[in-house]
Ligand binder design. Structure first.
Ligand SMILES: Cc1cc2nc3c(=O)[nH]c(=O)nc-3n(C[C@H](O)[C@H](O)[C@H](O)COP(=O)(O)O)c2cc1C
Length: 184
């Protein structure tokens, strides 16, 4: 059974990112995967403290809710990260999480825990789906060091209405298909 770990980086519990991630989860479960779903805005976790202990030891020195989630990421076959765009970037908790993923790479910037399929999901208020392309590409540049193999990047636009993703049939089909691919 494939293991999929999903992180929601939106503060809106029933917003567009949650809608899209829930559909990805359904696609993965329908293909027999075990799915763990984390909502970062409900979790208590620190930002990276730069202690550098993970350069020697593959466990994070900070013992909090994110470290427990990180253990599942190490073990996972696939990972999904969803974030709204705030000030042209991911939300603060998503950035803090990516920093805390540092234990996933070794001192030579190689993955310590093998390769995992990855899907990223972004929502943005702006209409142009290519407006933040360079940012998405820049952010993805670090994924291979963590062992993440990006198989899809879903960008949802005009997202200020929290129910708009739910009205978008094409988007929902794409999300469901992405979930299925993560479980194969
Ligand atoms: C503080 C803040 C900053 C934002 N900055 C941007 C931005 O730089 N570009 C953009 O297109 N949308 C921006 N937005 C709009 C959000 O991206 C949009 O409302 C969100 O993607 C909706 O996703 P959700 O329903 O999961 O919350 C911002 C929203 C907030 C609250």
């Amino acid at each position: 059974m494939k293991k999929v770990v999903i992180f929601n980086g939106s503060p809106r519990m029933d917003g567009n990112i949650a809608t899209i991630l829930n559909i990805i989860a359904r696609g993965a479960r329908d293909k027999g995967a075990e799915v763990k779903f984390y909502t970062l805005f409900k979790m208590k976790f620190m930002a990276c403290l730069s202690c550098f202990s993970c350069r020697l030891n593959p466990d994070c020195a900070i013992n909090d809710e994110l470290r427990a989630a990180l253990q599942h990421v190490k073990d996972a076959d696939s990972i999904v990260v969803g974030s709204p765009i705030y000030m042209m970037q991911v939300t603060g908790p998503v950035k803090n999480m990516y920093d805390r993923f540092f234990p996933l790479m070794d001192t030579e910037f190689k993955p310590r825990f093998g390769t995992k399929k990855m899907v990223t999901v972004y929502s943005q208020g702006m209409e142009d789906p290519h407006m933040f392309d360079s940012y998405y590409k820049y952010t993805a540049a670090m994924f291979p060091s963590y062992g993440f193999d990006l198989i899809d990047n879903i960008v949802f636009t005009n997202a200020n209405d929290p129910e708009s993703a739910d009205r978008n049939r094409e988007l929902k089909i794409r999300a469901y298909e992405a979930g299925k691919r993560l479980a194969m």
